[in-house]
Design a protein. Sequence first.
Lengths: 338, 342
Amino acid sequence: MASQAAKPKVLCIGHINFAEKEWQSLKDVAELVVVQSNNRKKFLAEAKSGAFDGAVAAFRSFTSASITGHFDSEILSALPSTFHFLCQNGAGYDPIDVSACTEAEVRVCNVPKIADDATGDTAMFLMLGALRLFNPMLVSLREGDFKGSSPKLGNDPRGKKLGILGMGGIGRNIASKSKAFGMEIQYYNRKPLSEELSGGATYVSFDELLATSDILSLNLPLNKNTRHIISTAEFEKMKPGIVVINTSRGPVMDEAALVVALDEGKVRSAGMDVFEEEPKIHPGLVSNRVVILLPHVGTQTLETQKAMEVFTIENVRRAVVEGRLEGLVPEQAGKGWD
Amino acid sequence: MGSITDKAILKIGKLTYTEKNWEALGSLGDLKVFPGDKEVSDPKQLFQENLQSGAYDHVVALYRSNDSTSLTGPFDAELIRSLPSSLKYICHNGAGYDNIDITACTSRGIEVSSTPVAVNNATADMTIWLMIGALRSIHVPYAAVREGKWRGPHFMPGTDPEDKVLGMIGMGGIGQAVAHRARAFGMKIQYYNRSRLSPELEKDAKYVGLDELIGSSDVVSLHCSLTAETTGLIGKTELGQMKKGAVLINTARGKLIDEGALIEALKDGTLRAAGLDVFENEPELRSDLVDLPNVVLTPHIGTGTTDTQAKMELLVLDNIKSALESGKLITQVREQLSKPKL
């Protein structure tokens, strides 16, 4: 780009916590604009004021949903016609209306791969904790009662069938780690994977996954097809005593139905990192002694958080300099944009 | 009751899963149970009284466990002296047997068995869970979310296990099972052990000296037995030699670590966090340990699953059966195997 011409703008919607240096280094190719608004109304006004004119790309953090709300056609219309690249800092991108973006010729990328290990580790922590019924023991220890009066013993993972719903990068990461604990892996996915990619896991139908898994791990994206994909009818099909793990998105599972299934003893225990209305959690889960609950810490390590931000900022640079993105979301494949 | 025989078998404590297998031993000897179904206010005294009264005079083999230590007191030299002269076999439920004086047993001609292997997977699973929890500094968000505070005001991100160095002190069955799992998390393994493992068992793990292990590991995990030599293995000096921000995991025995020194190291940031399933004076816990925000603590439940507990009980009963039928234990403790047959 000619150094004499005005540099294009790039927007930061939300927060950059670990890669401020990398963000600042974009100055050699772009003018940096940090969105000042903290709600949707103010965002639309800020856009209207011309503050974003000339912006071609944006870094969008997970927390920015509280700024823009759903990233839909109204938001897209407020952005300048120069805007063509939306870089989501996260594996999930459910707050973005991808079809509206496609219509507006805005390319969307997320962060594939980098989030896999940390999310997989979180899932393993939840899975082992739920299967082994650790929570009551942690509580009784801290209440000064060591093991408590009649500790309920948990189960070993060895020989258990782990069913993975959604065999993307994170699902495969969990499969590979679970094998080291002696678990058998089966999965349901939009389409079956090659033997090499699935690590020898068995591809089964959705119903068979529900009916035959001892442990069920939810690892699918949230969209209009997957909302409440696990609800009352699905719990009815599951094996009694199943353990359910969710590190994907809360609304993929009907939280109230989970509470019923737990209370009825159908679901022995659950490990949850995500909830339908974070940070609110169904009181039936909070008061349940055996479930393992975490406050959406799936990728919360220094290394992974920084690597995600750096990847996304590099995509912002790539958008400005090359006019393309890496990690284009699958919904936009085949448009010649990758 | 039992068959007419001059042999008796004593069960100290309870069996949860293998009562039928215990009953079946009745064909090999008179079955005796301590303390039985009675609620006893001073079981240690009652045990001594039973010994002195001759109630156990024909006992050839006995079943005990780590838990049963609270009923009889530890099997130290004094208690072993008071055991009946008929006793030939102590069959112990537990992989660790630091509450039995093996030397005193050997001197008296008593053979001792433990329960190795059966404990490996469950203990390794526990170790990995504590390790992830410690690396991820999980206690703060774990506690906050249950208090309705979501992540709470003091939340900090943790660190990934991937590409970190895991140093195992002790690479027996449990250590090898932990290494197998840790590899799946992308960790590099190094170990210190009394002797180097064969290439098949060692795989890609690096055999190093203890000082090198302590100084270069991101996670140090203890998997050695508690002996006079290993008591206080990790003290102030060793903690000071560890990498700053390292993590310490202990699922072996509490007394391997100087707990006071550990607390200081956790407070001043020498260590990032610790994951502990065992404690110096369990079931008593130091409140200044429990109150730390950077510890993950479980109450010695490393083998606390139905399947593993059942396997352990069965292995002990099988040891008793084998001893009475053939004069040989299945899993005799290693300290006695190097000695000439009694």
